[in-house]
Design a protein around this ligand. Structure first.
Ligand SMILES: [Zn+2]
Length: 159
């Protein structure tokens, strides 16, 4: 009986954390635990320091050897999206013309803004890449976590 009550409490529907929590670098499985040890990406010495496991649900964050090489795809897409956004915003707000150098000012602004955003982009790219392979599980409290495949700590740069 007690077990039943506990199971009911555990599976009780609570409002699931939204997918936007991924923009805050939360674990894709529970959307609550922090993927990175320091919540501030601009603490540059610790920008890429990750928790080995989700501190909330226990999801391993390094699921196979060299896993985060793939985050480059997400990083590329986000960089293009940002550049298109700043280009359109510049076009609408300031304008481009063949008779001025606005395109070069935009290029400079876009480059500097991408450099400034880099620590955050690198983090959120890892979160997005992991989210492709680890889906949100509303019942993470009761469902067992899927163990990671063999990993080789010696060749990783996780911490
Ligand atoms: Zn988690």
């Amino acid at each position: 009986m007690e077990t039943l009550i506990n199971m009911n409490t555990a599976t009780k529907k609570v409002k699931a954390p939204g997918i936007l929590n991924l923009a805050n670098c939360k674990c894709p499985r529970c959307r609550e635990g922090n993927m990175f040890t320091n919540s501030n990406p601009y603490n540059l010495k610790e920008t890429m320091k990750m928790n080995a496991y989700c501190p909330v649900c226990g999801q391993p964050f390094n699921i196979e050897v060299g896993f985060y090489y793939g985050s480059g795809y997400i990083s590329y897409a986000l960089t293009i999206a940002w550049s298109v956004t700043t280009f359109v915003a510049w076009w609408v707000l300031i304008g481009f013309s063949l008779r001025d150098n606005q395109i070069f000012y935009w290029l400079g602004f876009n480059s500097l803004s991408l450099v400034a955003l880099q620590p955050y982009l690198m983090r959120v790219s890892r979160t997005g890449w992991l989210a492709f392979f680890v889906r949100f599980d509303p019942n993470w409290r009761v469902n067992p976590v899927i163990k990671n495949e063999r990993v080789n700590d010696a060749v990783e740069n996780m911490s």
